[in-house]
Write a new protein. Structure first.
Length: 130
């Protein structure tokens, strides 16, 4: 069965990630290696205040991973992510074959930043300054 490319966005506990980022990411990569997937790109996205508390966390670090898998390993990977304490939430999406190259190029770019959508929690109203 041919391998598909998946995008995985992890919301990490900022305190645990900032205290030992190499250890947290190493453990996440170990989970993926355990399920024999090929990690194509892996990078921190951004840290930000959350719109509402998730499991008593007010802020989190978003971490982006692209990997190749045949799809049968997705459920076990997500189960292992659910048991790994620094991961607050995770989302895994299959990437359309036409979008693989542009998305990987952006993920591998060290200077690429997360796009800001209007109305997010950290936005400041220019009229009121709040």
């Amino acid at each position: 069965m041919p391998a598909n490319v998946y995008e995985c966005m992890l919301l990490l506990d900022s305190g645990k990630y900032n205290a030992d980022s190499a250890g947290v990411i190493g453990a996440i990569h170990a989970i993926l290696e355990k399920h024999k997937v090929e990690v194509v790109a892996s990078r921190p996205w951004e840290e930000r205040r959350l719109m509402y508390q998730i499991r008593h966390h007010k802020k989190g670090t978003y971490y982006l991973i692209y990997f190749k898998s045949d799809g049968t390993t997705l459920r076990p990977i997500q189960d292992d992510f659910a048991l790994f304490e620094p991961i607050i939430r995770n989302l895994v999406l299959k990437i359309h074959p036409k979008m693989i190259e542009p998305m990987l190029n952006m993920a591998k770019d060290e200077h690429a930043l997360a796009l800001r959508a209007p109305g997010l929690a950290d936005d400041v109203d220019p009229m009121t300054g709040r």
